[in-house]
Ligand binder design. Structure first.
Ligand code: PGA
Length: 257
């Protein structure tokens, strides 16, 4: 059975003081030890301080990005080793905002994922289709190609060390969530692609759904066979709301795996 995994993606929001105040409140709200893996991904400026605040807690720290190189002349970038030094156990790569706004390719995402694994950090590899791609019936093709390339550099025996996030772009920050059935259909397809690539380890890989996840819809999404967690943007900015999402995600509303 796959352990649920819930991640808060704060994007470019929350200064250091706000991040610490959030952690103080949030840690008081979640049950300990939690039956799920819970992750906070603050902006880079808050990683160090938040990492120290979370150090003795059941909540893990994640970065929102990484550069694939180990070091060198890459102005403004951070390496996987640097993220590890401040306590990151996860890092998000290939988020659609970086793919579309910053032109990141699946090849670059793949190099990042490999660098993270080499540094002992779990990559959360994002994929997802646009509205147009869905409307023209290309969802499966687009996601298959994103995954094939973004996971292309992952050694065949490291599949179980990955997390994949399916985030339909039309659902991110729009209030439009994929229905649990629509999301499950894509998650099942993703697991098949992971099986092609990593064999039996695919059954262990956790696949998060992301895109307007809220306390109201998380239980229905989590009840689906191949939905193992959520990557939450807007609704994670309030500690009460994210704690509620965490709490509701562990209610067994479907058949256990
Ligand atoms: P949202 O963002 O929950 O605000 O839709 C999700 C994400 O982009 O990771």
């Amino acid at each position: 059975m796959r352990r649920p995994i819930l991640a808060a993606n704060w994007k470019m929001q929350m200064g250091v003081a706000e991040a610490i105040a959030y952690a103080d409140r949030f840690l008081g709200l979640i049950a300990e030890p939690t039956a799920v893996d819970v992750i906070l991904a603050p902006p880079a400026t808050a990683l160090d301080a938040l990492g120290q605040r979370l150090a003795q807690s059941p909540v893990a720290l994640a970065a929102q990005n990484v550069h694939p190189a180990a070091g060198g002349a890459f102005t403004g970038e951070l390496s996987a080793g640097m993220l590890s030094e401040v306590g990151c156990r996860y890092a998000i790569v290939g988020h659609s905002e970086r793919r579309t706004l910053l032109g990141e390719t699946s090849e670059f995402v793949g190099a990042k994922a490999r660098a993270l694994l080499e540094a002992g950090i779990t990559p959360i590899v994002c994929c997802g289709e646009t509205d147009d791609e869905r409307e023209s019936g290309r969802t499966f093709d687009v996601i298959s190609e994103q995954l094939e390339i973004s996971l292309g550099e992952i050694p065949a025996d490291r599949g179980a060390d990955l997390v994949v996030a399916y985030e339909p772009i039309w659902a991110i920050g729009t209030g439009k969530t994929a229905t649990p059935e629509t999301a499950q259909e894509v998650h099942a397809m993703i697991r098949e692609r992971l099986r092609d690539r990593f064999g039996d380890a695919a059954a262990e890989i956790r696949i998060q759904y992301g895109g307007s996840v809220k306390p109201d819809n998380v239980a229905a999404l989590m009840s689906q066979t191949d939905i193992d967690g959520a990557l939450v943007g807007g609704a994670s900015l309030d500690p009460e709301s994210f704690a509620e999402i965490v709490r509701l995600s562990v209610i067994p509303t479907g058949d256990p795996q």
